[in-house]
Design a protein around this ligand. Sequence first.
Ligand code: CA
Length: 229
Amino acid sequence: MKKILVLEDEANIRSFIVINLRRSGYEPIEAETGMMALEKVRVNPDICLALLDVMLPDIDGVEVCRRIRASGSKMGIIMLTAKSQEMDKVTGLMNGADDYVTKPFSPSELTARIDALARRLDVSEDIQAASELSSGPFLLNTRNRTLEKDGERLKLTQIEYLLMKLFMENPGKAMSREDILTAVWGNEFSGELKTVDVNIRRLRIKIETDPTEPEYLTTVWGYGYKWGY
Ligand code: CA
């Protein structure tokens, strides 16, 4: 059973999420504070996905997300944000979150997003024959899901890996933000296009020499993005 960390300080929201996760076949691990969440991550290295509330009494959810990523974890991370906190979404995504769900959400909305992300992160792809994709200085290994630039390993989240794979498989092809959202996050829900933009921005910081003048992952104005190498 897949373990999911639920970081939420409000007991009623937390139990609502926990009940729904159990019903969907997941094993919820509860945390009330940011520090407690980091401790649960430490003792449960098999947590596959985390739901992180942003507003917490101690360290906020964005900081928890940043620390989880800093530890090298590739678990899926979904931020739980309030409608008014537009900035939190961007900050959360820039710090390594894969997606976010806006409160208040319905049980079906939340589980659809979790299922979609969990499926994307699933390692079932690993049983396929090993293969390598190369493009310019980049080498993508689809067996161990790693990316190297000039022989040096870059630390990517699973979503960043999936973005790189999509682009490297489609060199020179302009791809719309809608197509990217569907290919990487799944078509089970209609996510927000901003999620694509923020993840691309984050990916550029890792792969481009100058992220403000992207050389590889270029913008197709008014449409989407292109692997330009
Ligand atoms: Ca809260």
